[in-house]
Design a protein around this ligand. Structure first.
Ligand code: IMP
Ligand code: MG
Length: 184
């Protein structure tokens, strides 16, 4: 796929290896996911979409606009990565949602499932709060996690074994603003 001419302006001159998912492909897939999610949840029951910051912020913004039912949105911040590209295995909750999970359908939204560490630590914590249901939705899934306490019901794309950036995904906080997903 051709790399758009404004990419250098967005990356500060850093070159990217290749575009893995274009803006158009992402939009199509997110719309499909929104339709599937809308069909899954019973009408009239409360749905809370819980985005994992920061990586999911763009995905959540696009996804909720493709979900054709009433819902609430909140976020939580779990920090699992330092400045590098290798998971440290440690997960810290830096921001905890104000929202009450008890009795509500909770849809936890991840940008990418890599080692599964983040979800394996978060899912039991959230389950303790008594949601009516807890499902996971991930834009990308690397399928390398040795064990997942709960797998994602909805996955946007099977991610290649590369470090991905863009559409919310960062490398040391850079590149979140790329409108497509690329590999570094
Ligand atoms: P996990 O806990 O290893 O599953 O990874 C969770 C978090 O690591 C994701 O939510 C991302 O923020 C980050 N991450 C994992 N792989 C990548 C990648 O390829 N690019 C950017 N961030 C990643
Ligand atoms: Mg993240």
């Amino acid at each position: 796929m051709a790399i758009p001419s404004d990419v250098h302006a967005r990356t500060g001159g850093q070159t990217i290896r290749r575009i893995v998912y274009s803006q158009e492909e992402i939009a199509r897939r997110v719309a499909e996911m929104g339709r599937d999610i809308s069909a899954h949840y019973p009408a009239g029951e409360e749905l809370l979409v819980l985005g994992l910051l920061k990586g999911s912020f763009i995905f959540v913004a696009d996804l909720v606009r493709e979900i054709a039912r009433p819902l609430h949105v909140d976020f939580l911040v779990a920090s699992s990565y330092g400045a590098g590209t290798v998971s440290t295995g440690e997960v810290r909750l830096v921001y905890d949602p104000e929202a009450d999970l008890a009795g509500r359908h909770v849809l936890l939204v991840e940008d990418i499932i890599d080692s599964g560490n983040t979800l394996n630590r978060l899912v039991p914590m959230l389950e303790q709060r008594g949601p009516k249901s807890l499902e996971l939705c991930a834009l990308l899934h690397k399928r390398i996690a040795p064990h997942l306490v709960r797998d994602a019901r909805w996955v946007g794309f099977e991610a290649p074994p590369e470090f991905l950036i863009g559409y919310g995904l960062d490398h040391s906080e850079n590149y979140r603003n790329l409108p497509f997903i690329a590999s570094l």
